[in-house]
Structure formats: C-alpha cells, structure tokens
Ligand binder design. Structure first.
Ligand code: GLC
Length: 557
C-alpha cells in the first residue's frame, strides 16, 4: 500500500457549495453522498472534504468550535459515517481537512483560555501584554506589527484580561500555541479519533504556520506600518520537529493514508525535507509559487502572467522533488479563482482551454487535485457589486481599501479577478433554476452560465471537459510513465507553448499546451520524431506539432 497516492487523483469537495439535500440553500453531507456516482464516473481515488465541523462560519468552516462533531448545517456524525462507507464501497478514500493552526474563538479551549490570566489553558493560545510603554487599546499598542491575512492587525485586545491574542487569520480564528505539549497531545488524540473512525488521512490547513518564533519579533521592513511578519511563522524553528512528532504519534503503524500539508511560502528545499519518506513527516505539500505569479505584493495587485515564469517555477518544483519527495499538482481550490478564467479563456475557447489546462497539469509528475466543477470547466462568476460577495477575505479587503481611499471600482475589479467566492459558487449539476444544487435559495448565487455548463450536459457529451478529465485520470492509473516517469521541460523561453516530455524506460510522452488564442507551432528539436508519434490525448490534427488556440495534446513516441 505504501505510496499508493503516486497513481491517485484527489477530488476536493467544498461542502457548502456541492449539493444541498434539505433545501436550506447550503450544501450538506447527504447531498455529497447522493452525488458519489459523479466522482466514481470521473474515476477519482480520493475525496478531500473541506471542513464540516461545528463552526460559527466566520471563515466558512475554517474556524472550528468542535473538532469531533459535524455542524448541523452539514448533517451529523452518522451522515459522515454513511458518506465514508459509501466511498469505501466504491473503492474511494476520504481525506478530512485538519485546521489546527487556529481554532474558532468559540471553541471551549479558547473560552477557557480567555477567561483569566491564571487559567490552565491560558498558554494554549498566544497572549501578550501591550507593547512596552503603551496602554492596551492605544493605536500601535499591539504586541507586534503583524498584519492579519484578512486585513487589519493580527492581534485582538481582550478587554477582560487586558491582553491581546494572536490571530493570523480573522479575529475569530485565534492561533493555537504549539509550544504547549498539551495542545499537541490534544490535537494528536483528535486525529487518532478520526482515523479510528475510518478516515484515510488529512489535508492540513496552513500547517507550516504552527511553529512560531516564540519571541514573536516585529516583522521586517515595517517603517511603522503593519506587515505580514510571516518570516517569524512560515516554516518556523520547530516545524519539522512538530510534524515528525505528529507522524510518530498519529500515523506510524497505519497504512493506506494520505497526508498533504497546505504550505503558503514553502520553498523547494523545505518541501524536500517535509516529503522525504525517510524523515517521516508528510506525503506531499501544497506549494503556492505558481499561483502567485500573476500578482504583486498582495493578491489584489493584479499583473499578467508570463508563461515563461510559470514554466520556470513548475520546472523547478519538478526537478527539486524528482529524486526525493513528491509534488501535489493543482490549478484551483476553494481559495483560488477558477483556473480557466484565470489562466486561459472562459469565452469562445472555454472547452478547449479547460482541457488544455487539465492535460498540462495531469501530465506533470505528482498527485493531481481536481477542485469541484473544474472537471466541467466552471468559470469565475459575474459579481456585480460588493453585495454579491460573501467571503470574509474579500469583504474585509474591500472595506479596508475603500476606507484608505482606493477607488471602489478598482477594488471591485480585483475582487472579481481574485476573490475566493469565484470558486465557491454552487456546483452546476443541471440547467434547472438553481443548477440542481438546491431547491431553496443558494447561499451564494449560482453562475447563470449553468444553463450551458453543467454536469448533466457534460456527461452526455463525449467531447466535454468532463470526459477529458476521465481520460486523463484513467491514463494515470494505467500508464506507469504518467505517475513514475521523469520530467524534462522544453521551450523554456517560449511565451505561448508549454511543452515537456515524460520518460520511463523506452516510453516517452510529449505534452504540449497552447497558452494563446492563436494557432501556434511548437518549435521542437527533432520534429520528425514527433510527427511519427501516436496521439494519446487530444483531437486529431494533420500536423502534430501545430496547436489550435488553447489546445493541448499528448503524443507517445
Ligand atoms: C487556508 C484555507 C483557507 C482559510 C485559511 C485559514 O488557507 O484554505 O480557506 O481561510 O487557511 O484557515
């Protein structure tokens, strides 16, 4: 069973937006269970379930108030057990989201911690007095100059005890203090409880943030302003120690699991350490480099993507984890805009473009992740005004930027391009009023293009994006070169063509993707060799090295 995930494909379900069984407008567990045939038809091996735990839903469930239960909005533990059994019956696995950098401020651990400076759980979180020489509540009295990822300072004053607590995300997401052995033991016990229940692993939310420099120094380069301070908590001093300990305490001696750590800001060198099997920390990590190439200092500063940057980045990750470690591969998830809108063409060439992105991604070495709706070529949503958004990150940014004097239209344009709600519009099952997602009023508006882009239509059309994903997943299962072959990037300086080869023994694949709206010829060395090759994926073409707008292709030598 070891390293079974090298030939696997993971499908991410964002429960709020997948399928609503009870008409309250919010997706739920019975809704997912009722749709498992969609996943089985696609052929995926694993379902990664974003959080379903009890939560005040300040950050859509990434703020957890009880780690061992299910939020009534999503169902019950019995519903979870049923989903798990139905997945296992179809030969699929279930990976849960593990959010332990922080809890909700409504978690009983935090309630106890905040209730007094002498409480036993006080040090389960990061409490600090105001900055030396300042009074609690004064502007700038926060213990450090760190900014929250969701705007504003990363510290909130608790008037009852006169101290501040750290929250890298919203003020309703206080950071746990992993320096406390009791915190770690409580987390490990909870993880074992889920594994004993039968789940098959964890996707670990911002897990490279759990070790902070305990001195909590100011962030660099502030000049009086708030800065991320992330150099003091991204892959902090004890991160490898903590993950190795977690492995010993939770995973050792259990088989067939998958662990993937979400790691903003992780480097290739760090990722090699995290995923080196000999070190027994994690199976793979989500890195962010390739999804940050089209932005400036923050995600809201848009800049055009250069294909050569994308190729250079992904080639470095392929090479860096070639002999040790393993990559995870993704274009999208619940935090990213829709890939076809962001990287390609969601208009005239949408179908071909969505297939091309899939071809390029799935033919890399690593484990591919499909985000719900990506297999239909779902697009960004036509948000009219700020009132159409629901996500705390977008709403806080809008309020802060507009208050600081930015042009509201300009801010809206960046929300439309980068906002996380693009990924969170309801799954498009059919052409009916709410896309078959709910019989009630959806919590976030359905994209009007569901009349054309939906699962029912896609499954009926052999030329659809859906059937293309099916084929790519099948290839990973059946052709060893896809999972295990080595990787060589070609045409590093070409701004239009993404090209690489995969090789295992005497089998060689050539993968091509046209990242432009014009026909283009891939100017490869040895064109003759590829002209004689077999077409493995893509539409027949007279000239195998000539690509239509946004077209992808795989050839086998
Ligand atoms: C991760 C999640 C994101 C969440 C954040 C805080 O990045 O993917 O949705 O807002 O962590 O938990």
């Amino acid at each position: 069973m070891s390293e079974w995930w090298k030939t696997a494909v993971v499908y991410q379900v964002y429960p709020r937006s997948f399928a609503d069984s009870d008409g309250d407008g919010i997706g739920d567990l019975p809704g997912i269970t009722a749709r498992l045939d969609h996943l089985a038809a696609l052929g995926v091996d694993v379902l990664w379930l974003s959080p379903i735990y009890p939560s005040p839903q300040d950050d859509a469930g990434y703020d957890i108030s009880d780690y061992r239960d299910v939020d009534p909005t999503f169902g019950s533990l019995a519903d979870l057990d049923r989903l798990l059994a139905e997945l296992h019956a179809r030969g699929m696995k279930l990976v849960m989201d593990l959010v332990v950098n922080h809890t909700s401020d409504e978690h009983p651990w935090f309630a106890e911690s905040r209730s007094g400076r002498a409480m036993a759980k006080r040090d389960w979180y990061w409490w600090r007095p105001p900055r030396a020489g300042m009074r609690a509540g004064d502007p700038g009295a926060e213990p450090t100059n760190w900014r929250s990822a969701f705007s504003g300072p990363a510290w909130e004053l608790d008037p009852a005890t006169g101290e501040y607590y750290l929250h890298i995300f919203s003020r309703k997401q206080p950071d746990l203090n992993w320096e406390s052995p009791e915190v770690r033991e409580a987390v490990y016990a909870m993880m074992r409880w889920w594994l004993d229940r039968g789940v098959d692993g964890f996707r670990m939310d911002v897990v490279n943030f759990i070790s902070k420099d305990p001195a909590l120094p100011d962030g660099h380069g502030a000049g009086g302003a708030f800065v991320t301070g992330s150099e003091h908590y991204i892959c902090g001093p004890r991160i490898h120690e903590f993950l190795a300990e977690m492995h010993r305490e939770v995973f050792a001696g259990r088989d067939g699991l998958l662990t993937v750590g979400e790691m903003p800001g992780v480097t290739v060198d760090e990722a090699r350490l995290f995923t080196d099997p000999a070190r027994a920390e994690l199976d793979m990590v989500f890195q962010f480099e390739h999804v940050e190439l089209d932005q400036g200092a923050t995600k809201w500063e848009l800049r055009p993507l250069r294909l050569t940057d994308l190729k250079a980045s992904l080639a470095r990750w392929q090479a860096g984890l070639a002999d040790v470690g393993w990559n995870s591969l993704y274009w999208g998830n619940h935090d990213q805009p829709r890939a076809v809108s962001r990287y390609a063409d969601d208009g005239e060439h949408r179908v071909r473009a969505a297939k091309m992105l899939a071809t390029v991604l799935h033919m890399h070495r690593g484990t591919p992740y499909v985000y719900q709706g990506e297999e239909l070529g779902m697009t960004n949503a036509p948000f009219a005004g700020v009132e159409d958004f629901r996500d705390i990150e977008s709403l806080n940014h809008y309020a802060e930027a507009v208050a600081a004097g930015e042009d509201p239209e300009h801010v809206l344009a960046s929300l439309r391009a980068m906002g996380r709600d693009n990924a969170r519009t309801p799954m498009q099952w059919d052409a009916s009023e709410h896309a078959g997602f709910t019989t009630g009023t959806p919590w976030l508006a359905v994209n009007p293009n569901h009349v054309e882009i939906n699962a029912e239509a896609a499954r009926a059309d052999p030329g659809s994006v859906f059937h293309h994903y099916r084929r790519l997943i099948e290839l990973r299962h059946t052709l060893p070169v896809v999972a295990h072959g080595d990787f060589t990037m070609l045409l590093a300086h070409d701004e239009r063509v993404y090209a690489f080869t995969r090789r295992l023994g005497d089998i060689e694949l050539l993968v091509l993707g046209n990242f432009s709206g014009e026909p283009v010829v891939a100017e490869l060395p040895e064109p003759e060799r590829w002209r004689a090759a077999e077409l493995l994926v893509g539409e027949p073409a007279d000239e195998p090295l000539m690509l239509r707008p946004w077209e992808g292709r795989v050839l086998r030598a």
